[in-house]
Design a protein around this ligand. Structure first.
Ligand SMILES: [Zn+2]
Length: 139
């Protein structure tokens, strides 16, 4: 997948959403994302998956793949990528698979032009970023 094709796929998403790409993130931040503090987020992870963070699982909002923290680590992803970037960005066979292409895993990042990550996390220093939802834990 070329950079141009990747860009076109992203713009297609913007068209589907009916929102100009440049405004999407602003719109998202303005009200679509659920907000919680980092402490609340950590509590929710423990509640769902237990105290071993390696077993926590996130769901990519673009392709829907479920990724454990262990899988991020095994793929060589940095800590900052967990629940933020799709694991496809760290796998040679899928690094260029565009978001919303219907293929898993994809190259989605919460830090891109279009952010569809549903959770806004507020950090103790007052900064915030958007992250993937947790996957449902198997009970
Ligand atoms: Zn993905």
């Amino acid at each position: 997948m070329s950079r141009k094709e990747n860009y076109e796929a992203t713009m297609k998403l913007a068209a589907i959403s009916g929102i100009k790409a440049g405004l999407f993130k602003t719109f998202n931040y303005a009200g679509m994302a659920r907000t919680m503090t980092q402490a609340e987020w950590m509590e929710e992870g423990k509640r769902r998956f237990g105290p071993d963070i390696m077993k926590w699982k996130f769901k990519c909002p673009s392709c829907g793949i479920v990724i454990s923290v262990q899988e991020y680590k095994d793929a060589g992803a940095p800590e900052g990528a967990i629940g933020f970037n799709c694991i496809g960005r760290y796998k040679p066979e899928s690094q260029a698979t565009p978001m919303l292409s219907g293929k898993q895993p994809c190259n989605y990042t919460s830090g891109g032009l279009i952010c569809i990550s549903p959770l806004k996390i507020i950090f103790p220093n007052g900064k915030s970023d958007q992250f993937f939802d947790f996957a449902e834990a198997k009970v």
